[in-house]
Design a protein around this ligand. Structure first.
Ligand SMILES: C[S@@+](CC[C@H](N)C(=O)[O-])C[C@H]1O[C@@H](n2cnc3c(N)ncnc32)[C@H](O)[C@@H]1O
Length: 149
């Protein structure tokens, strides 16, 4: 969606490093500085896995608030185990190969062992008021589309 997008992250450096030239604002997802019913679509790309349960629910509630009725919430993510396999391991790494219309990006995200699964994310979204519209799953990876009723 190019320049129509507003990207947010609580970490300024993440936004500075992002190559796109759309509007970027340093903001905490649990306290969005947008009016109610502002956007038609919101997207979360491998970000809920960095949040504990309380933070995830607050974020999802905030996304619900800033979406227009009928708006979509798109979530890409991965299930994360809650326990380390042993003491030598600090991070769980999610390797990704992202196919975009004109290029392919290989990357990987390292996260702490903060448990999340598909059921948890789905229930949190339903609790906020969302309805599940579409889901696509492969192994531990998932893509969900929720709609604000
Ligand atoms: C690894 S990145 C995911 C990829 C990124 N969304 C992208 O599209 O390139 C996860 C990001 O979530 C951000 N994050 C975690 N908790 C957040 C919060 N409460 N509010 C805003 N951003 C948050 C982190 O700062 C980190 O940059």
């Amino acid at each position: 969606m190019g320049k129509q997008v507003i990207s947010i992250d609580k970490n300024k450096r993440e936004l500075e490093e992002a190559p796109s030239d759309n509007l970027k604002i340093v903001m905490d997802a649990t306290d969005l500085q947008f009016l109610d019913e502002t956007f038609g679509t919101a997207a979360s790309f491998y970000t809920l896995m960095y949040m504990d349960s309380e933070t995830k629910q607050k974020t999802i509630n905030e996304v619900y608030r800033v979406l227009k009725p009928g708006g979509n919430f798109l979530i890409w993510g991965s299930e994360i185990p809650g326990e380390k396999p042993n003491d030598k391991v600090e991070f769980y790494v999610v390797p990704l190969q992202v196919k975009l219309p004109k290029k392919e990006i290989g990357t990987g995200y390292g996260v702490k062992f903060i448990f999340q699964d598909k059921k948890m994310i789905t229930e949190m979204c339903k609790k906020a008021g969302f309805e599940l519209h579409l889901k696509s799953e492969k192994d531990s990876m998932f893509y969900f589309e929720f709609i604000k009723k």
